[in-house]
Design a protein around this ligand. Structure first.
Ligand SMILES: [Zn+2]
Length: 123
């Protein structure tokens, strides 16, 4: 449906950027790259950071019941959103930002997605 464009960064860099973005008043926006083959020598998982730049995919909002999923394609060199379900005309496209509360217990961002499965907090 749509390619995700952003910076591919490992977990330690994601953690550094999270603190920096929060201090600057930005809500960090990224997806975990859903493929275990994309790990560096330290075994870090990679994230796609679209907080500061990327393509139109960075404007897709979070939902606790997303209608898009993330998929690695073309030998894991590209990351795309694909439809998780049939999506009608005029329906907002949403994805799961994959925030993990345990990573940053001091931060709380309220989720307003209004789905029945809403966790009520992004982070
Ligand atoms: Zn929600």
């Amino acid at each position: 449906m749509l390619e995700c464009v952003g910076e591919l960064i490992p977990t330690p860099e994601r953690d550094r950027r999270t603190q920096r973005y929060l201090l600057q008043g930005h809500i960090p926006v990224w997806d975990i790259v859903p493929d275990d083959t994309l790990r560096n020598a330290a075994g870090d998982v990679f994230y796609l950071d679209f907080t500061m730049f990327g393509n139109v995919s960075r404007f897709i909002n979070h939902s606790c019941s997303p209608n898009l999923k993330v998929l690695c394609v073309l030998d894991n060199s590209r990351i795309v959103y694909y439809a998780n379900e049939e999506i009608g005309s005029g329906v907002e496209l949403t994805c799961d930002y994959n925030y993990h509360r345990v990573d940053h217990p001091e931060q709380v961002f309220i989720c307003y997605c209004q789905s029945q499965q809403c966790d009520k907090a992004l982070l």
